[in-house]
Write a protein that binds this ligand. Sequence first.
Ligand SMILES: [Zn+2]
Length: 353
Amino acid sequence: MSKPDVEAMLASFRADLAAAADLTALDEVRRAHAGKASPLKGALKGLKALSAEEKPVFASVVNAAQEAVEAELASAKLTLEAAELERRLLSEWSDLTLPGVATPRGARHPVTQVEARCMEVLRRLGFTLVDGPEVEHPFYNFDALNIPEHHPARDMQDTFWVSGGLLLRSHTTTVQARVLEERAKDLKAGKDVLPIRVASMGRVYRNEAVDATHLAMFHQFEGIWIDKGLTFAHLKGTLAFVARALFGETRRVRFKPKFYPYTEPSVGVDVSCGVCDGAGCEACHGAGWVTILGAGMVHPKVFAQFGYDPEQVSGIAFGLGTTRMAAQTTGITKIRSLYEPDLRTLSSLHRGL
Ligand SMILES: [Zn+2]
């Protein structure tokens, strides 16, 4: 067998290498001349046919050729990579002077902003925020709050019932009932639990016909303060402070008698309508006033329900509709716009906040 022509193989490799214009072509050259099926690998396999004297001489020639191929491939790769980088730098440059794509500015929902403002005011009075479930046992929604079964107040707060005899809470007062129950355990254990100053807020539900000021789901905010020696003067002082802090000095505030089963006496707090300033409009049903707060002295029966002595402790409780307040603050007439996912409406509402 004649010895393969290594010089010719190298010459063919170099011709192909010189023709390789990019990294893909270079890969093909590598496969053809340094791969398993390349002529040089074939020449090494042919060594077996040679005589003992010729073998080492020819082997070193082939090895030297292989090393030359590898070295030239590596060098060509560096050159082609540099050329590729240069090409990309020239073709993919960015014009940093062009105007960017503006990200629309977001904002918190009007109800969330009102909730934050309410809590900020109450924190100044020493209140802390507590949370409670929205799917609630009727006991905490009605019975514990002096609303026994067949009481007309249950009709006033008709809500949605779910399986297992549970309901969607019709007011956040349920959280107050839970706090009273929880702290009563400490009270029985002889601990000093007073004063209790907590606030709760969140979604509540009513089986309502939807109109300009009524929805089947809306947001409420509530506070309860229980201590020894609290009087109606504390209630008025607290409510006046809260109303002034939330609505400002320009809005007029009035108190009127109200009925709530869980407070006695009970009071409603109105502010002059922020949309019409008292003239009467759709948002205030023509009254010129909007009821913002409901409040009262905690009913002795509620205290007795949880084992507190109504002779020893008294309490003030108040709640406000944060949805209605957000509507008043933003000046919209249809509160359901607050819950419609229309960015045009929602972003326009932020002008008033
Ligand atoms: Zn009005």
